[in-house]
Unconditional design. Structure first.
Length: 129
């Protein structure tokens, strides 16, 4: 179709592009994260490094709204690869800051939907460095 125009970025994508326009944003596919999708995931609760603060509510990301979304076994299986990638970036961005979290704390924060012990979180953090 010759008259088709490219789809403009979502407001969620625009919210994080002001940080670094060349950096890939952490906006999950709209099919899972539209304003309040049938799957229950809130949209526009996105963030990007180096601060990892929610663009919508200003809390540490993943924010309480995102964490409150239901996560069943099937959904967790789809979240693990994406959030592992985000966790790796967050560890690189946040570790070593004066009042920043430790790598195991970052792992527990970003992989909230998994029950990780301190030792498991430490092992994951070492693996993702």
């Amino acid at each position: 179709m010759p008259d088709e125009k490219p789809t403009p970025p979502t407001s969620a994508a625009k919210a994080v592009h002001h940080l670094d326009p060349d950096r890939r944003t952490n906006v999950a596919p709209e099919s899972r994260w539209s304003p309040r999708t049938p799957s229950g995931w809130p949209s526009a609760h996105v963030a990007d490094g180096p601060a990892w603060i929610c663009a919508r509510c200003g809390h540490d990301w993943p924010c309480p709204t995102l964490r409150a979304a239901p996560t069943d076994v099937a959904r967790r299986a789809t979240l693990i690869p994406e959030f592992a990638r985000l966790t790796r970036r967050a560890i690189r961005d946040l570790r070593g800051r004066a009042d920043g979290p430790t790598p195991p704390e970052i792992v527990k924060r970003f992989l909230w939907f998994m029950s990780l012990s301190d030792d498991e979180a430490r092992a994951v953090a070492l693996r993702l460095r």
